[in-house]
Design a protein around this ligand. Structure first.
Ligand SMILES: Cc1cc2nc3c(=O)[nH]c(=O)nc-3n(C[C@H](O)[C@H](O)[C@H](O)COP(=O)(O)OP(=O)(O)OC[C@H]3O[C@@H](n4cnc5c(N)ncnc54)[C@H](O)[C@@H]3O)c2cc1C
Length: 521
């Protein structure tokens, strides 16, 4: 259409996607004092991750439902008291986010460009806003660095009848389930990854019957580094609250759609022949990248790799170019759910933020500035930075019910790395804390530490239970610092908190190391 590069709006940094990972890199670019453009179809940043609706349903289930599904929550209250007010608060928060972003550096600027971006030349994007109320001519943008943070989409088994009109209101994937719009009577869920388990516990709490079926022999065994003790605890908890759990039975033989909307359908499983009668079915079998929408080739970049991801160099997060397998020479970065090849695996919020940190270090030279930990001015840009070395481990929080959080190595990963004889573990149930005497909690909820027997260095932590996400960062910092059990045992904790479990774990581990040493002597 004759739009030349001369017509383009120029930025230092363009961020494609205003989800949590795009927002994170924008903050870092702000710290570096850049002129930032963020392209996002909604025209607003998103305060919450893709999965925010499930978090709201979980809160609603806790308030309006019951642990054993003994009564059904009123769906209208779920919408009026939880969904709508949360959305309102989240949008208000995103608007404040932009103001905050502008405030991180006196010289940075932030523009949000509404629309979908695709490459129309090297380091050049065309943005088209197709939303009905604001549709306008395409805009051409150019930048010195481009960060792709366009997220992921739910996988769909082609054998399922996605476009059959009778599937409307019955068949969902991990994106569309947020629009379920009612509390079904019996929900069938295929897949026991984070999202499958999350929705199984949500619907159960809200008062529905739930059947979950999956290929693996344990839930959450999906390659994201979860300790097997957590998998066992999840299995037990699901069974305890009355969820029907079918392991190693994840494939579908046939499916009969309900004869009318919100009626009962039938799913026949391939391995066992078991028939599940249900009025809602969510197939949650993983997610894939969103890269094909970007026209990477026009930007001189390699075509998306298997799973529709942008392939990246693990050290810089730069996208592979069309020049060759090992060519990452263009300043185009891919971070978050849409990339493949990073050393931080897992399509999780914290993985994406870790990608952003690595990319920022590479793109803005954040860690070239100095190493004394104080705020200083960069000699090259004059902007104020705090030196942040990228830590080896980052903490993961899964907003499941109960919450799961972990950092560092699982017991299995530690054993694989160091050998069983060098790895120790210790588990403390939260019932062994003063806080749980005041506020009783599930007997199955625990914190487990993984440590090196020689020297007592912390290697990993996993936590199963409410508030897990609030404790884990503390332990993660200890792991990254290389703290030992003896250091943890001597920490002073705030009164009547679950932090006590960490010190108790350290004491028990020291005791067991000493016992072993006495036996060996
Ligand atoms: C149901 C569910 C539950 C989850 N629970 C957890 C959890 O408990 N813990 C956890 O750590 N993670 C969880 N996750 C994963 C987490 O939500 C993602 O890892 C995270 O949202 C990824 O962030 P992102 O910014 O990479 O992508 P997204 O959040 O998907 O954001 C991508 C953004 O890019 C925009 N976009 C797409 N294409 C274009 C384009 N061409 N041009 C411009 N903009 C574009 C989209 O509009 C979107 O705003 C969950 C995910 C789901 C679906």
């Amino acid at each position: 259409m004759g739009m030349g590069a001369a017509d383009a709006d120029e930025y230092d940094v363009l961020v494609v996607g205003g989800g949590p990972v795009g927002t994170h890199i924008a903050y870092l670019a702000g710290l570096a004092g850049k002129r930032i453009g963020i392209v996002e179809p909604r025209g607003r940043l998103l305060a919450a991750p893709t999965g925010w609706v499930s978090k709201v349903f979980r809160e609603a289930g806790r308030e309006l439902g019951s642990k054993d599904a003994s009564h059904r929550a009123d769906w209208q209250r779920v919408v009026d008291e939880f969904l709508l007010p949360t959305a309102e608060r989240a949008f208000a928060l995103t608007d404040r986010t932009v103001e905050q972003l502008k405030a991180v550096s006196g010289t940075c600027s932030v523009t949000i460009i509404k629309g979908k971006a695709e490459f129309s030349g090297p380091m050049q994007l065309t943005v088209t806003d197709e939303s009905a109320e604001t549709a306008s001519p395409p805009v051409l943008l150019r930048a010195s660095s481009i960060f792709l943070a366009i997220g992921s989409l739910a996988n769909r088994l082609p054998s399922l009848p996605w476009s059959d009109p009778l599937a409307d209101g019955f068949l969902f994937d991990s994106d569309t389930i947020m629009n379920v719009g009612r509390l079904p009577h019996h929900v069938a869920i295929q897949g026991a990854g984070v999202i499958g388990f999350e929705y199984a516990s949500i619907f159960r709490r809200l008062g529905a019957d739930v059947t979950i079926f999956f290929r693996e022999s344990a839930p959450l065994d999906v390659g994201i580094g979860i300790d097997s003790s957590v998998m066992k605890a999840v299995l037990k908890r699901m069974t305890k609250v009355g969820i029907t759990v079918l392991c190693e039975d994840g494939d579908i033989e046939s499916i009969d759609l309900p004869p009318q909307k919100h009626g009962m359908g039938r799913i026949t499983l391939a391995k066992s022949g078991r028939v599940i009668e249900c009025d809602a079915f969510m197939s949650a079998i993983g997610r894939h990248g969103n890269a094909s929408s970007l026209n990477l080739g026009a930007g001189g970049l390699a075509a998306p790799v298997r799973g529709n991801f942008v392939q990246v160099d693990p050290d810089s997060m730069r996208a592979r170019t069309a020049q060759g397998d090992a060519d990452f020479s263009m300043p185009v970065y891919a971070i978050g759910d849409c990339c493949l090849g990073s050393r931080i695996t897992g399509m999780l919020l914290s993985s994406g933020q870790a990608h952003a940190e690595i990319a920022a270090n590479h793109a803005f030279g954040l860690d070239e500035i100095h190493a004394d930990g104080r705020l200083k001015r960069s000699s090259t840009t004059g902007f104020v930075f705090s030196e942040v070395e990228y830590p080896e481990h980052h903490a993961v929080a899964l907003w499941t019910d109960p919450t799961i959080a972990y950092a560092g190595l699982s017991e299995q990963a530690a054993v694989a790395k160091l050998g069983a004889e060098r790895v120790g573990t210790v588990t403390v149930h939260f019932t062994d804390t003063v806080k749980a005497c005041v506020r009783p909690r599930g007997k199955d909820e625990f914190l487990k530490l993984v440590y090196k027997k020689d020297g007592g260095t912390l290697l990993g932590v996993c936590i199963f239970g409410s508030d897990a996400s609030e404790i884990v960062q503390n332990v993660c910092s200890s792991i990254n610092r290389g703290d030992t059990l003896w250091q943890v045992a001597r920490t002073v904790q705030p009164a009547v908190t679950y932090q006590e479990s960490l010190r108790t774990a350290a004491f028990r581990a020291i005791h067991s190391i000493q016992l072993e040493q006495e036996q060996d002597a």
